[in-house]
Design a protein around this ligand. Structure first.
Ligand code: C2O
Ligand code: CU
Ligand code: CU
Length: 573
């Protein structure tokens, strides 16, 4: 018994010293996708195991979902983590009720069944939890995965697209673990690099064999905070072919690409004739300015330490060993890709400005706000008419950079500090890094999905900033005057008791006839839709199942303007 234990210890020791191949998540293809999110653990360090979250057969992260543009998908997410969660399809253009934001919780032991048509262009997207105030703690434990969307335009190009053979997922996370080897939610001393959940300790420990031909890397920064200034061992250059939401017009020949949390890029490397050579994916952090997380540590007076040993230095992330080419290799870089047609400023219906703010101008660790207000699930920050073409100006008035993310739609960058978008930012984007005191303008259009009940989010993708309230929400309204939020008057509207079990009382002091109360369950199914009959109303809920319900009170006023009040309550049995 004792000898066996020692033997196992030795085996683990040998395994940690030996080089580790990069883990490549398996793939799931449609139309039906089953994701079971569960608790797991991984031996990242010697000594204590690290508690993780994962999907399906994985111990960390989840399978890569392959989606085809124009097809219908049917996803079942089953939650087995012992806590409530949500799953958001980052970058996908889907109806708000299937977007998986904080308004769509999945209770422990429950399932959620989004069904939608894939409308996005071929590119790399991802999925991760989005529970209010708990995105960081769940995502850094490994609850995330990649999504690859394919479409006919991409299919006609000569590009590597054999998953795991010449087309590789590269999910990079930089995290902090505590003395008990557990991931830390506020890990600003992040120094543990994980690539596809494989621990990379800046040495030769993780490697990927790649064929001596053109290969494609799908880079995702799934870190809580750190931005990477990706490049390779000099003098290797590469070609960026895609931004967050689609291919560029032309491959962009470069040696660096800065990717902030939430952002993705696809790149091609031409390894023809390099059989037998090795090189590294690196982050050239020494080239990042102070203020961008990953650049030099800011001198701090008070507050938590942010002095990760990786700040402001260049470091290796992943080793590549070049091996003989495959049969039928791709050996050339295409000269053109697709034709992007950015929206034009002369089509604009509305301009909005979002200032990134803090309590004062010495704050480096938050909380941060949008326009001085913190996230509130009951407040709709913008009601946006369907098909509105909009220019949003993001002005960072804080000392640190923030990657701004918009749900529902991709956008095109117009300019940064008045200077037109650079080639690497000319494609479709859904995250944009705004360095301190910079101002970025983007243009977008809110198409397809009007919904007067469930809002979409926009937020900082530094997960601790998001969880601390650097988030807002918008609704896409079917008409220009469709909805007006009554959050200031919310106290004159009550639903009680909460939690409720047999009876639900609805009190609306300024009741007007024709007000309709709509109640939906977690899956978006309508469980109740009736007109209120007066200021005080009682409905029987004795047959309703336990869980979270959402309500929406929508009067149709004589002037045609709808006003809605939204919220949620819990039924306990
Ligand atoms: Cu990647 Cu709202 O999230
Ligand atoms: Cu998103
Ligand atoms: Cu932020």
């Amino acid at each position: 018994m004792r000898q066996t234990t020692i033997f196992i210890f030795l085996l683990i020791a040998i395994r940690t010293i030996a080089q580790t191949p990069l883990f490549i998540p398996d793939t799931l293809t449609g139309p039906n996708y089953n994701l079971t999110m569960h608790k797991d653990s991984v031996q990242f360090f010697s000594g204590m195991i690290s508690q993780t979250y994962a999907f399906n057969a994985n111990h960390y992260l989840g399978p890569t979902l392959i989606l085809n543009n124009g097809t219908n998908v049917n996803i079942t997410v089953n939650n087995q983590i012992g806590d409530t969660t949500t799953i958001h399809w980052h970058g996908l253009h889907v109806p708000a009720k299937w977007d998986g934001g904080p308004h769509s919780p999945i209770l422990n032991n429950a399932s959620w069944n989004p069904q939608f048509t894939v409308m996005n262009d071929a590119a790399t997207y991802w999925y991760h939890p989005h529970l209010d105030m708990k995105t960081a703690v769940q995502a850094i434990k490994g609850a995330a995965g990649l999504i690859i969307v394919r479409d006919s335009a991409e299919a006609t190009l000569t590009l590597p697209r054999k998953y795991g053979i010449d087309d590789f997922p590269i999910i990079v996370q930089c995290q902090q673990y505590d003395s008990l080897n557990q991931a830390m939610q506020l890990g600003m001393q992040d120094s543990t690099l994980l690539v596809n959940g494989t621990r990379a300790n800046n040495s030769d420990s993780t490697y990927l064999d790649v064929p001596a031909q053109v290969i494609r890397l799908r880079l995702l920064n799934a870190s809580g905070e750190r931005a990477f200034n990706f490049g390779f061992t000099s003098p290797l250059h590469f070609y960026q072919i895609a931004t967050d939401g689609g291919l560029l017009d032309l491959p962009h020949d470069t040696t660096r690409i800065r990717i902030a949390p939430g952002e993705r890029a696809e790149i091609l490397l031409n390894l023809n004739g390099m059989n037998g050579q090795t090189f590294y994916l690196m982050s050239y952090g020494a080239e990042l300015p102070m203020g961008i997380q990953g650049g030099p540590t800011m001198p701090m007076s008070g507050g938590p330490p942010m002095d990760s040993p990786l700040n402001g230095i260049n470091f290796n992330i992943l080793k590549f060993n070049v091996v003989p080419p495959t049969t039928n290799p791709v050996t050339t870089i295409p000269s053109t890709l697709i034709a992007n047609n950015p929206y034009q400023e002369n089509q604009v219906n509305a301009y909005r400005q979002i200032n990134f703010t803090a309590d004062n101008d010495t704050v480096m660790d938050g909380p941060f706000y949008f326009n001085d207000s913190t996230f509130d699930m009951m407040r709709i920050d913008y009601v946006i008419p369907l098909n509105s073409v909009e220019v949003w100006t993001l002005v960072n008035k804080t000392m640190v950079a923030h990657p701004f993310h918009l749900h529902d739609e991709y956008f095109y960058i117009l300019d940064r500090n008045g200077i037109s978008a650079t080639p690497e930012e000319q494609g479709k984007k859904d995250v944009i890094l705004v360095p301190p005191y910079d101002s970025v303008r983007f243009i977008t259009k809110f198409t397809d999905f009007a919904d007067t009940v469930v809002p979409y989010m926009y937020h900082c993708h530094i997960l601790m900033h998001e969880d601390a309230g650097m988030m807002g929400q918008f609704m896409v309204s079917p008409s220009a005057v469709g909805i007006k939020e009554l959050s200031k008057n919310i106290s004159e509207f009550f639903i009680y008791p909460n939690p409720a079990s047999t009876i639900l009382n609805i009190h609306h002091a300024s009741y007007t006839p024709n007000e309709t109360l709509l109640i939906t369950d977690l899956l978006g199914a309508v469980v109740y839709k009736e007109k209120l009959c007066g200021i005080d109303n009682t409905i029987s809920i004795s047959t309703w199942g336990a869980g979270i319900y959402f309500y929406c009170l929508t009067p149709a006023l004589s002037n045609g303007e709808g006003v809605s009040v939204r919220g949620k309550f819990v039924v306990q049995k």
